[in-house]
Design a protein around this ligand. Structure first.
Ligand SMILES: [Fe+2]
Ligand SMILES: [Fe+2]
Length: 206
């Protein structure tokens, strides 16, 4: 049947695409871990790097279930998301802005993955590959959890800023930004994070 045949080939194509995308992510994440200023962001990236290795293993299991060779096909979408993220990161003028930009870039990547795994799971079920579908769903759930966690981290920056509006006009000197773990100092840094992010956005939009 032509319909099933074409769905099968679309599915295979999408599987190779996300396999390559995951491999690109394992190369991009270590740089983001190294650059993350906030400890919770660093930890979230570290955890997701480990999960990403599992995503690759799960995809290899899916290839095996479908009796396909585990082979990727250059994922141009992920390549460009990573490239855009790196360009944004290179424009950051301080560590707080960099954290905000990395959260934004990482969430775009997560949303790409969520769309890809959601599609693959549906197609997998349509073709009667329930065991492959449940592996894809496990990964899909982890991508969604990561996305939520990144939202929480982004919101916690904003909350700390709100809790410390008295310091709004004070810019912490750059040397005090990294490793300032006291609540007040961190809140001040977060304020400048937001201000710097705003300035960065305005500059890029010109
Ligand atoms: Fe993934
Ligand atoms: Fe991911």
């Amino acid at each position: 049947m032509a319909g099933i045949d074409s769905l099968q080939s679309l599915f295979e194509d999408e599987l190779k695409d996300i396999y390559d995308a995951e491999k690109q992510i394992t190369k991009a994440l270590p740089k983001m871990i190294k650059k993350a200023g906030a400890e919770e962001l660093k930890a979230a990236f570290e955890e997701h790097l480990q999960q990403t290795q599992q995503h690759i293993e799960r995809l290899e299991q899916v290839f095996e279930l479908l009796e396909m060779p585990a082979r990727g096909k250059k994922c141009v979408g992920m390549q460009n998301l990573i490239k855009e993220g790196q360009e944004m990161m290179s424009e950051a003028e301080d560590e707080d802005t960099l954290d905000a930009l990395m959260i934004a870039a990482a969430q775009k990547i997560e949303h790409y993955e969520i769309a890809a795994y959601g599609t693959l799971r549906v197609w997998s079920n349509l073709m009667g590959h329930e065991d492959a579908a449940s592996l894809l769903e496990e990964t899909l759930d982890e991508e969604k959890e990561t996305d939520s966690k990144l939202t929480e981290i982004a919101e916690s920056f904003v909350n700390r800023e709100a809790a410390d509006t008295e310091d709004e006009e004070e810019e912490a000197p750059p040397s005090s930004r990294r490793g300032t773990q006291t609540r007040g100092a961190r809140g001040g840094a977060s304020t400048s994070r937001q201000q710097a992010a705003d300035r960065g956005g305005a500059r890029r939009n010109r």
